[in-house]
Design a protein around this ligand. Structure first.
Ligand code: 13P
Ligand code: SF4
Length: 387
């Protein structure tokens, strides 16, 4: 996308967008020769490597991936659709995951033992997933046991969590959820227990509990892993219906009420469309809320000429703006806001990983330890089987 097109999307003067270095953050963790981003034959090389691998390999691409990468995806989707795709594919020997680490781990857990999952850059993590470590979650559960509430609490972990947290969830009778089925997962959890421990995204947890299940904000408390007993009193823990882990997405956390007010002031008739990882205030004041897949479907189904300000990662918003030129599609924030870890998967890394495999070298395999995978699979399968 040209600097002036990006500026249109952001409602910024062209010079301001042109000065930002959009491609400065690059992955580093390659044990081989990474092609330079300026290499003029990257597309041809990726095409040739993919052709050489044929049906032995499949590329799964999350909607936040760069255009240069997504063009090579066999299947694109939100976290839920990609988990389903990984489980459904039993034939591809190799799965290149164009997404982040927790998604590749889930694909590895859901595929058979002879299938291998490759993450083209191991530095593609997720800051939200890193906000809940296995030790912290065990400490939390021990405290809930001490307060006598663990037995009536069902853990629900957002897909954006490590395999270890998913395994904890599976072991303790819980399920994974994604942004497209969090409501069903929470309803399912309340059919099994009296309380929900929601990990690690406080915003998705709160938005689901309050805006979908009709609970009160005061039914939710926040567990701060850095404080004794999560910073909560005995009565707060006893009275809470939903215990929200103190985690969030730094990309979606940027969207604010001020953004919404500015946008509505400047663009009459604009509809605000946001991801449920945004804050409760933003989600409560948006016109439409949904997962990345739902955001795409909403724009696809919208009227020609309609105006949308979208609060989610910028690669996806740019792609929608370029695809639906007959609608006015804007980015809700005023400043450039990519997910830096999603962006680590770029064409040089994809080419490097695919060409290595063509040469017989398997690089950057994501392999979840067997015992962890067994329990995590349980939590993932409970999600895939949700009513
Ligand atoms: P989706 O499940 O909506 O694709 O979201 C994944 C994600 O990481 C959003 O930040
Ligand atoms: Fe994680 Fe946020 Fe990036 Fe999604 S957008 S992968 S939640 S940091």
């Amino acid at each position: 996308m040209s600097a002036s097109r990006l500026s249109e999307l952001l409602l910024l003067p062209a010079s301001s967008a042109a000065n930002s270095d959009l491609k400065s953050e690059r992955g580093v963790s390659c044990d081989g020769e990474l092609p330079a981003p300026s290499e003029p034959h990257l597309v041809e090389r990726a095409t040739a490597a993919k052709k050489a691998l044929g049906s032995r390999a499949m590329v799964l691409g999350h909607h936040y991936q760069r255009d240069e990468v997504i063009q090579f995806a066999d299947i694109t989707g939100d976290s839920f659709k990609l988990a389903q795709a990984a489980q459904a594919n039993t034939s591809a020997e190799f799965i290149f995951f164009a997404g982040v680490h927790f998604m590749a781990e889930s694909a590895d857990i859901l595929t058979s033992e002879n299938q291998k999952v490759i993450l083209p850059d191991l530095a593609a993590g997720c800051s939200m997933a890193d906000m809940a470590t296995a030790v912290q979650v065990d400490d939390c559960w021990n405290a809930l046991e001490k307060f006598g509430v663990a037995g009536k609490t069902i853990p629900i972990t957002y897909m954006n969590s490590s395999a270890a947290i998913k395994a904890f969830t599976g072991k303790n009778g819980g399920a994974v959820c994604t942004s497209s089925n969090a409501e069903r997962a929470m309803n399912w959890a309340f059919s099994k227990g009296e309380k929900v421990l929601f990990l690690p995204d406080q915003h998705l947890g709160r938005n689901t509990a309050v805006l979908k299940l009709g609970l009160k904000l005061s039914d939710c408390v926040i567990w701060n892993p850095w404080k004794t007993n999560g910073g909560l009193s005995d009565s707060e823990i006893q009275n809470a219906k939903v215990i929200l882990w103190r985690g969030h997405c730094s990309v979606h956390g940027r969207f604010s009420m001020q953004n919404i007010e500015d946008m509505r002031g400047r663009v009459p008739g604009v509809k605000i469309l946001v991801h449920p990882e945004c804050t409760h205030e933003v989600v409560s004041n948006a016109d439409v809320v949904g997962s990345t897949e739902a955001i795409i479907r909403t724009i696809e189904a919208s009227e020609v000429g309609s105006k949308w300000a979208i609060g989610t990662e910028l690669n996806l918003v740019q792609r929608l703006a370029n695809t639906f030129k007959d609608r006015e599609i804007l980015f809700l924030d005023k400043t450039v806001c990519y997910c830096s870890t999603m962006n680590r998967i770029d064409l040089p890394h994809l080419v490097w990983a695919m060409e290595s495999l063509v040469e017989g070298r398997l690089v950057n395999q994501i392999s979840v330890e067997k015992e962890v995978a067994k329990h995590a699979r349980l939590a993932l399968e409970r999600m895939l089987a949700l009513p």
